[in-house]
Design a protein around this ligand. Structure first.
Ligand SMILES: [Fe+2]
Ligand SMILES: [Fe+2]
Length: 134
């Protein structure tokens, strides 16, 4: 069984509103984990994807606005990663019946944790620099 995700302050990007959105997305993913533990994989996939489509699209747009506001030089590259995930999330949502809960959990957990730690953290120093200038 793939474990659920525990929020760690290490995941923080230094902007409370973005951290809150990341926590919400992790919450959606953990709902799937909880449903799988209760043994309801087939019914568990759809609500998780409903949850994720909603929060992923809103979050990516907000995050891109923040990166732009702080002149983060990696914006274009980061946006491409978001575009790929927007597409992937929509496709998964359309084909929710074709994916098992375990596979979905594995994919989501891996993508989101890698993205937050590996990519989102890259813009964190730019937010800090601008904050300290004020
Ligand atoms: Fe991102
Ligand atoms: Fe993010």
């Amino acid at each position: 069984m793939i474990p659920s995700i525990a929020w760690n302050d290490y995941y923080s990007v230094g902007e409370p509103s973005l951290d809150a959105e990341h926590k919400q997305i992790i919450f959606c993913i953990n709902d799937l984990f909880a449903a799988l533990q209760e043994g309801a994989p087939a019914q568990a996939v759809r609500p998780v994807l409903d949850c994720l489509v909603q929060y992923t699209l809103t979050h990516f747009q907000h995050e891109e606005e923040v990166m732009q506001a702080y002149d983060f030089p990696g914006l274009a590259e980061h946006k491409k990663l978001h575009d790929q995930m927007r597409e992937k999330t929509r496709t998964l949502h359309e084909r929710a019946e074709a994916i098992t809960g375990q596979d979905l959990l594995f994919f989501l957990k891996q993508w989101w944790l890698e993205h937050i730690q590996g990519e989102d953290k890259k813009y964190a120093p730019y937010l800090k620099v601008s904050h300290s200038r004020r």
